[in-house]
Design a protein around this ligand. Structure first.
Ligand SMILES: CC(C)(COP(=O)(O)O)[C@@H](O)C(=O)NCCC(=O)O
Ligand SMILES: [Mn+2]
Length: 939
């Protein structure tokens, strides 16, 4: 604002302690260097396994006696006890319970395991009061036996079954489960039975080994049942599960749940099963072929063959139409000269021995032969049953572009474009997911898309998010530890380290580019040879194509969205590729510093930096690797990655400092505001919100600023810069320039015109953003103004920390502090149950207790990212939304990157400062630190 009259901060900052942001932590880390250097050679691996076997054998008596560690005291049946298989609540059970299911195939073991979320939400008196106020009861929601957790996906070679057993043992997955038959029943659990679901031939073949090594009984599930159940579940529940892949181009397909059946499921494992699926549990295995993944693998190492094929030229060994027709097409029947007439056909005429051919060429010829054959048989079966959609699953595909292109080409060619080949991101895990779902207790079949949040495989499959044991760097140290690994606990630590190392190593390996077929085809046989581009094949391509699935049964669609179905298309503004390098990486330093720069923190910080960089590199190389991603997902990726490496709140101390500094000047600001007339006050309040939004630790430019001045200096500068009109914003969807200084419209709605007083809003939901000045000097004074007008205010904050965003857990204390200086806030906070245990006895006007004030409440939004996807919000927020007639979204993350184009059933105000030069140029035709104020009446 040009010359903010009577700026409350002129002069004040001299009285408060100068808070200079310190960047010592970064220097300290730079100086010492992070603990790096890992690596796992095969001998280590061997030692691990040997040690494991010996040790496990030695401890078998101890282990077989280990029942699931469940505290059954005060167990009670939940809901109607007349129901069959009612859920049993275990109120005293606190340990994490893990479950696993296996699909043990001829070549690979696929493992899906579940880990419960650590409950990080507040469930104290305050929350209870707020819930009561909002009329939230658990009665109107289905009670899920699983309160939320994660599904992880891991695979092993069947020939290395020991690795799989070690993994299960190291993660204690064999203990965590419980007797599956009794979870939902009233019958007492069998003392000794630990039953795990498994499918595939290995469930029969290796049952005794599981019993012997882990004390686990295998409950065998039918393979076809599992494949279909897994495919149906994934197709219905996971966004962007299915995609097409043609000529190197990947396109995600939005599956309509009501129009999924019938379809053809082709599972390419060792052999191939072709299944016609008509519904849940309704299917028929209509065909199959023995030429499958095992055929390829049987002739060499799968990954090596795939790698070789990248450099192959099958024309040296395949007989082409042109070879028979003297280089000509056989155009009369539509065969081009490059069409393969006979796979390996040249080998007959060439009079060469097999060893005279290049392994690369043989490998490619083989890959094409198998892929075309599968594509053709699949097409014939689709034709036989009149099916248009064919989903291909199984580990043969491995996210390999050339394989998918070849299969797609065959289906397209034979069906003349009538049938479509689609692939699944969880391609290899269909059976394992199906087996997992056969645990009745999970109630997974009832979960909807919005209950499942796919996050990224930061290393969770390898580490489970926890890192145990000493630093990774010193292999000698590791070796000596190994010698002393005699107890189970040490054993557990050892394996955890080993998995961790593998992941970090993988993180650096996975950066090789994905080979893509060149565009353009030449008849059946398609593209001539794989592109030579990207000579290295990602060895573990599939491992990073799937994320960890977070099950959050309490998430709901935000009820005030005007058109939830269109939300996906309007919510995101950012495009990924050019933004990847913009996501700053200095979080790493803050994270390590937030935990005192300890060796353990440095070690985890290093692992985080590697994992995060690996994911960014992977995304640069293939932006759709994890499904369709926008900037919002990328920002969430960073937060998730931090959490995986146990950095639960990297900005904790920064947030605290900013809160304290801002709370110190709040009384002066409130005094100043109270001396203004209504109109000036409203403008000052909105300017205050925009100005204070400058405190954003996700913006490199802002962080550079913080190193140059105190919080208050920066805040004052920011306020002095406020100038109307605020910027125009380019609507990316409408391709038009929108005027977004809607302050006058908002003012009219708030204060009226021509002497007419409009009715105040009934309830406003304020989606707050950052800690410190942003919440204390920006959003709280605005909330106070609304409260003063008789509007109930719900502060909506993150459930989990993300950058310097304020969380729902932190807010009540901030409000309590602010309430010490303001009766309006105090009374409202009391009325809203916010001051239950943070009561201040010295009220400003001497009044106490229940006032007639409208309430001020806090609810969590259900997310842990700087952005918000309103298709997945907490049930409290959904309940609070029911009576709301005003939504205020604040900050770049919530109001620009996401939701700028979201339309609401009620009025909406979107406020943000743009803190990135490039985004300012792209989104608004402006510059860094320009502001957006958009007001929209109810839709
Ligand atoms: C992470 C953020 C969305 C946070 O902004 P906020 O919501 O706090 O206003 C923002 O800092 C951002 O867009 N960062 C990425 C681009 C950059 O480096 O500036
Ligand atoms: Mn923020």
């Amino acid at each position: 604002m040009a010359g903010l009259n009577g700026d409350p901060f002129l002069g004040i900052d001299d009285n408060i302690e100068k808070l200079q942001y310190n960047n010592n932590s970064k220097e300290a880390i730079d100086k010492e260097g992070l603990v790096v250097g890992i690596g796992e050679d095969s001998s280590n691996n061997k030692n691990n396994n040997q040690g494991g076997e010996k040790d496990m054998a030695g401890n078998s008596i101890h282990r077989s006696g280990s029942r699931p560690q469940l505290d059954l005291s005060k167990a009670e049946i939940q809901g109607n006890s007349e129901e069959r298989d009612p859920t049993i609540l275990l109120p005293n059970q606190t340990d994490d319970i893990s479950h696993l299911a296996l699909d043990i195939g001829g070549s690979l073991i696929k493992l899906v395991y579940f880990s419960r979320h650590e409950d990080q939400s507040v469930d104290d008196k305050r929350k209870k009061t707020v819930k009561e106020r909002l009329g939230i009861s658990n009665g109107n929601r289905r009670n899920f036996p699983v309160l939320g957790g994660r599904l992880h996906f891991v695979k092993f070679e069947t020939s290395k079954l020991n690795e799989c057993l070690d993994f299960i043992s190291s993660k204690q997955l064999h203990r965590g489960g419980i007797d599956s038959h009794h979870w939902n029943s009233e019958a007492p659990a069998n003392e000794n039975a630990v039953i795990k679901k498994a499918t595939g031939g290995g469930a029969y073949k290796f049952a005794d080994l599981f019993k012997e090594r882990l004390g686990v009984s295998i409950d065998k599930e039918d393979e076809m049942d599992c494949l279909v159940a897994g495919a149906n579940f994934l197709l219905k529940a996971i966004r962007h599960e299915a995609f097409t892949h043609m000529e190197g181009h990947k396109e995600f397909v939005q599956i309509d749940h009501n129009d999924l059946f019938p379809y053809l499921l082709v599972n390419i494992g060792s052999g191939v099963s072709i299944i016609k699926v008509d519904g849940d549990g309704k299917f028929q295995r209509v065909s199959g072929t023995n030429v499958g993944g095992g055929t390829y693998w049987g002739l060499g190492s799968f990954d090596e063959l795939l790698e070789l094929s990248q450099r192959g030229d099958n024309r040296t060994i395949d007989m082409l139409v042109g070879d028979i027709y003297g280089g000509m097409d056989y155009s009369k029947i539509g065969l081009s000269a490059s069409t393969i007439a006979s796979s390996f056909g040249k080998a007959i005429s060439d009079k060469k021995e097999l060893q005279d051919y290049r392994p690369e060429d043989i490998s490619l010829s083989l890959l094409r032969m198998i892929s075309y054959n599968i594509g053709q048989i699949s097409y014939l079966n689709a034709l036989r049953f009149g099916l248009k959609r064919i989903f291909f699953g199984g580990f043969f595909i491995r996210g390999h572009a050339y394989t998918m292109d070849t299969i797609s080409f065959a289906v397209h060619f034979w069906s003349k474009g009538e049938a479509q080949a689609m692939f699944l991101r969880h391609e290899g895990f269909l059976g394992a997911v199906g087996a997992f779902m056969s645990y009745q207790k999970h109630g997974l079949d009832d979960l909807m898309v919005h209950h499942l949040v796919e996050r990224f495989p930061m290393g969770a499959p390898y580490t489970g998010g926890k890192i145990h044991g000493p630093p990774l760097g010193d292999l000698n140290e590791k070796a000596s530890i190994m010698e002393f690994c005699l107890t189970n606990m040490r054993q557990f630590m050892l394996y955890s380290i080993s998995w961790m190392e593998k992941f970090v190593l993988k993180g650096t390996e996975i950066t090789a580019p994905v080979p893509m077929a060149p565009p353009g085809t030449t008849g059946l046989g398609g593209f001539e040879v794989p592109s030579s581009r990207g000579a290295t094949l990602r060895s573990d391509a599939s491992a990073l194509n799937v994320g960890v699935l977070h099950l959050v049964p309490t998430l709901e669609v935000f009820p005030l969205l005007a058109d939830p179905k269109m939300y996906w298309f309007t919510v995101l503004s950012g495009h990924l590729p050019d933004l990847v390098d913009k996501v700053n990486k200095y979080t790493h330093y803050e994270a390590v510093a937030s935990e005192g720069g300890t060796d353990d923190a440095k070690r985890r910080g290093d692992a985080f930096a590697r994992a995060f960089s690996a994911h960014l590199a992977r995304l640069m190389e293939e932006p759709a690797a994890y499904g369709k991603l926008g900037l919002a997902n990328l920002l969430e990726l960073r937060e998730e990655c931090l959490r995986e490496f146990q950095f639960l709140d990297a900005y904790r101390s920064i947030k605290q400092r900013e809160n304290e500094a801002s709370l110190a000047v709040l009384p002066d600001l409130l005094l100043e505001l109270d001396h203004m007339d209504e109109e000036t006050r409203l403008l000052t309040l909105i300017e205050g919100v925009l100005a204070a939004n400058i405190f954003d630790w996700g913006s490199r430019a802002c962080v550079d600023l913080y190193h140059k001045g105190t919080i208050i200096e920066i805040y004052r500068m920011s306020r002095n810069k406020m100038q109307r009109p605020w910027r125009s914003l380019l609507d990316v969807n409408l391709h038009s320039v929108l005027q977004v200084d809607d302050f006058d419209l908002f003012k009219e709605r708030m204060l009226g015109s021509e002497g007419k007083k409009p009715r105040p809003h009934k309830r406003a939901l304020l989606f707050v953003d950052n800690s410190g000045a942003d919440i204390v000097l920006g959003m709280l004074p605005l909330a106070r103004e609304l409260l003063r007008r008789g509007t109930e205010v719900v502060l909506v904050a993150n459930s989990l920390p993300a950058l310097n965003d304020v969380t729902a857990m932190e807010l009540p204390d901030i409000v309590a502090e602010a309430a010490k200086h303001c009766d309006i806030l105090r009374r409202a906070a009391e009325a809203g149950g916010l001051l239950v245990d943070a009561m201040n006895n010295n009220s400003l006007d001497g009044s106490r207790g229940n006032s007639s004030s409208v309430p001020l409440m806090v609810v969590e939004n259900g997310c842990g990212s700087p952005c918000i996807d309103l298709r997945q919000v907490s049930s409290e927020l959904a309940a609070a939304a029911k009576h709301a007639d005003l939504v205020i979204l604040e900050g770049m993350g919530r109001a620009l990157h996401t939701n700028f184009n979201a339309r609401f059933k009620c009025e909406a105000l979107k406020l943000a400062m743009v803190k990135n030069q490039r985004l300012a140029e792209k989104l608004i035709k402006g510059k860094i630190y320009d502001c957006v104020c958009r007001y929209e009446p109810a839709t």
